[in-house]
Design a protein around this ligand. Sequence first.
Ligand code: GLY
Length: 408
Amino acid sequence: MPVHPRTTADVLVVGGGIIGLVTAWRAAQRGLRTVLADPDPGGGAAQVAAGMLAAVTELHYGEETLLGLNLASARRYPDFVAELEEASGQDTGYRACGTLAVALDADDRAHLRELHALQRRCGLDSVWLTGRDCRRLEPMLAPGVRGGLRVDGDHQIDPRRLASALLVACERAGVAFHRAWATRLTVDGNRATGALLGPPGTPPGESPAGASPEPAGVSHEVDADQVVLAAGSLSGRLAGVPDEILPPVRPVKGQVLRLAVPAPRAPFLSRTVRAVVRGSQVYLVPRANGELVVGATSEELGWDTTVTAGGVYELLRDAHELVPGITELPLTETRAGLRPGSPDNAPLLGPTELPGLLLATGHYRNGVLLTPVTGDALADALVSGELPEEARPFTPHRFSPARQEASV
Ligand code: GLY
């Protein structure tokens, strides 16, 4: 038997994106000895995401239950940011700037009217504006804008700064970091007991085609009373997790651009501006520091994170239709990330049917928005074994094979 260095902990968090980091921070604050495994904590989707906190403008039919969780998290944001900035000494780039969703043609306008009706049925604050009113609010908008929705409660945060602040807050709260992939969950009898960590490099499941995702080597072992799998789109690939427990998450690629608004200029846009153009979402998120984030494609292409000419072209074409002046701005960055999509577009939170294993994954389009409520829900589940009321609809049990057979 090989002998690895071992660490013991109350909680092992697998994955150091913003969801893993907030879970680790909240667990440590509750007095749990917490270890987090990730080769690059704070990396991943947080480095790509635009950071819209868009509970109202990203409302979709059939997602009213998710709306409740999204709103609960949005309400928590101001206090969460104040606490995190205090704990980390870092600015998170949170801006309570609101959002304007606009229509460019008659079809978009009909679509936006439908969204407005749904928002009103759900009791949400959203105001219909004429095209002229939209341009009065945002003079850089195209003259052809046909109308829009002003949503003063949908804000933004800079996910890169959020990740950085969470990392520092975790360190200050005593979270121990292992900069390595977890390559296998360890299970003893019917209980998760920790994980094997590999050498830096190969992510879980990145084995040659057809081979089972076995660890290439083990450099460390963590024994933990509870393990939280929070590895974003990779969460379904951790070896050792029984098949019926593996979370049904898949990667959904998003390409995102960053532009720069030169410093001495008046604000280019004062709030997030978004539209659906020919069926594709496009949004422009203006940061206080002059960065303008333009997103995002939505592509079901597996693990591909290539930035393509077509993706960049479509984003720039659609953003240019909305705000023609963007073509003058320097293009500073193009990048693609992977959203962790789940079968019902909602996250999987809390205990699984394998004692000792919890999930915090599948946040899909809402990872940044759901960060505060996820941290609180997972901390409750780790301490008490129970999810708080608001998070119960998102239990992983809803996808368990037994439950699904019973409902057929
Ligand atoms: N929530 C924005 C996106 O997923 O593109």
